[in-house]
Design a protein around this ligand. Structure first.
Ligand SMILES: *[C@@H]1O[C@H](CO)[C@@H](O)[C@H](O)[C@H]1NC(C)=O
Ligand SMILES: *[C@@H]1O[C@H](CO)[C@@H](O)[C@H](O)[C@H]1NC(C)=O
Ligand SMILES: *[C@@H]1O[C@H](CO)[C@@H](O)[C@H](O)[C@H]1NC(C)=O
Ligand SMILES: *[C@@H]1O[C@H](CO)[C@@H](O)[C@H](O)[C@H]1NC(C)=O
Ligand SMILES: *[C@@H]1O[C@H](CO)[C@@H](O)[C@H](O)[C@H]1NC(C)=O
Ligand SMILES: *[C@@H]1O[C@H](CO)[C@@H](O)[C@H](O)[C@H]1NC(C)=O
Ligand SMILES: *[C@@H]1O[C@H](CO)[C@@H](O)[C@H](O)[C@H]1NC(C)=O
Ligand SMILES: *[C@@H]1O[C@H](CO)[C@@H](O)[C@H](O)[C@H]1NC(C)=O
Length: 314
């Protein structure tokens, strides 16, 4: 039923009569066309006024414009007011998916249908000619998982455009997936740094994942922020399993570390060695200088002696 409002002539009428007779003695009758609505009416009295309410259930055969009558009788006086109401039937459109849950790569038919006079539109689908029915054939992909289709139907009733809609969600089964984006294949970290091991298999149903090290089966602490230790390094086999299958991906973890104590020792040894080398070189140099000096002195002595001997004639 289109929204109706209070029948305006009644309050004035009641105010006039109320002065003479108690309003509570008034009789009220509501009718739609010829159909009396008294059985479901409730009448409330407030001082010198009253209101009558009814729940009107339109019947299919009454569709269209109808007269709603309200008659009030008080003493030997009566007043009747009429209003036109429009009765219509406009259920929400029927939106159906040929299958609500499909495997990826399967074709799904999305269909929306409303009553003949309505115009439907299906969200996210190219608009076709306006009409009460829309169909859309979809090749379901993983991206369509959780996609929701909303069908909106519009119907014009007594100059007003009414709208009803309905939504359905598609579930697409896919996976498990585990690619470079989901789980990087090479991790290189510094020892002692805080890292989150990000490895997440995708799929519907959501896969179970663990990564165990090839040599000893140690598990990677996936998804947790942790301090990198050198014993984390190794090659891990990540297994993603869902009811749809299994996927394996190798992940290698390399931990860069420097052994501080060894470096210090090497540096110290190098310094000592350098010092030693410099010391020996200096010693050798000095010694050789001394030897040269001595030899020079000896040579000078010898020359002097020769000179002396030559200078002394026999
Ligand atoms: C209505 O009743 C009142 C008295 O109760 C009377 O005076 C009046 O004439 C009556 N009117 C009609 C239209 O019968
Ligand atoms: C759906 O799309 C996939 C990938 O694009 C394709 O391999 C498959 O054949 C398509 N299925 C149908 C029924 O068209
Ligand atoms: C919607 O579906 C119901 C139940 O299947 C059916 O009775 C009704 O006629 C359908 N409505 C339209 C507009 O097709
Ligand atoms: C569908 O109807 C609901 C409630 O009637 C409304 O909140 C929503 O915005 C509507 N959606 C569309 C797409 O019209
Ligand atoms: C990891 O890196 C090595 C060499 O850098 C390369 O050979 C290998 O293919 C990489 N693995 C992955 C999964 O990217
Ligand atoms: C790793 O996952 C597989 C498959 O879900 C399971 O069989 C195995 O027990 C798991 N390993 C550990 C150590 O949790
Ligand atoms: C990650 O941390 C949570 C709690 O912080 C713990 O329950 C879970 O076992 C950890 N996962 C791994 C793989 O260590
Ligand atoms: C690495 O060593 C730490 C302790 O130093 C230990 O808690 C952890 O479980 C070890 N991780 C692996 C993968 O062996």
């Amino acid at each position: 039923m289109a929204p109706g409002d209070a029948l305006p002539a009644l309050p004035a009428f009641l105010a006039l009569l109320g002065a003479l007779l108690p309003v509570s003695e008034a009789q009220v009758h509501l009718a739609l066309g010829d159909r009396r609505l008294d059985s479901r009416s409730t009448i409330t009295y407030h001082g010198d006024s009253l209101s009558a309410k009814t729940v009107l259930e339109g019947k299919a055969e009454e569709e269209g414009s109808q007269q709603l009558t309200c008659a009030v009788m008080l003493g030997n006086q009566s007043l009747e007011t009429r209003r036109s109401v429009t009765i219509y039937s406009f259920p929400a459109p029927n939106l159906t998916l040929s299958e609500p849950e499909v495997s990826e790569g399967t074709e799904v038919m999305v269909e929306c249908q409303a009553r003949a006079e309505a115009v439907v539109t299906l969200s996210g689908v190219p608009a076709g000619p306006p009409g009460p029915r829309v169909q859309f054939l979809l090749n379901a992909s993983a991206e369509d998982n959780g996609r929701s289709f909303s069908c909106s139907a519009a119907l014009e009733v007594a100059g007003q455009v009414l709208q009803k809609n309905r939504t359905r969600e598609l579930r697409v089964l896919y996976g498990p997936w585990l690619d470079e984006r989901d789980c990087p294949g090479n991790w290189t970290w510094k020892e002692g740094s805080q890292q989150t091991l990000r490895c997440q298999a995708r799929g519907n149903p959501s896969p179970h994942l663990n990564c165990s090290r090839e040599k000893d089966g140690a598990l990677l602490p996936i998804g947790n922020l942790s301090c990198v230790t050198r014993n984390l390094s190794g090659t891990y086999v990540c297994r993603a399993i869902s009811s749809r299958g299994e996927l394996i991906r190798e992940v290698s973890v390399m931990v860069l570390y420097s052994d501080h104590q060894n470096i210090v020792a090497i540096v110290v040894v190098t310094i000592l060695a350098t010092l030693g080398a410099v010391g020996s070189a200096a010693y050798v140099y000095n010694r050789q200088r001394k030897i040269k000096k001595y030899k020079l002195q000896e040579a000078q002595k010898a020359t002097t002696m020769k000179l002396n001997t030559q200078a002394t004639p026999p």
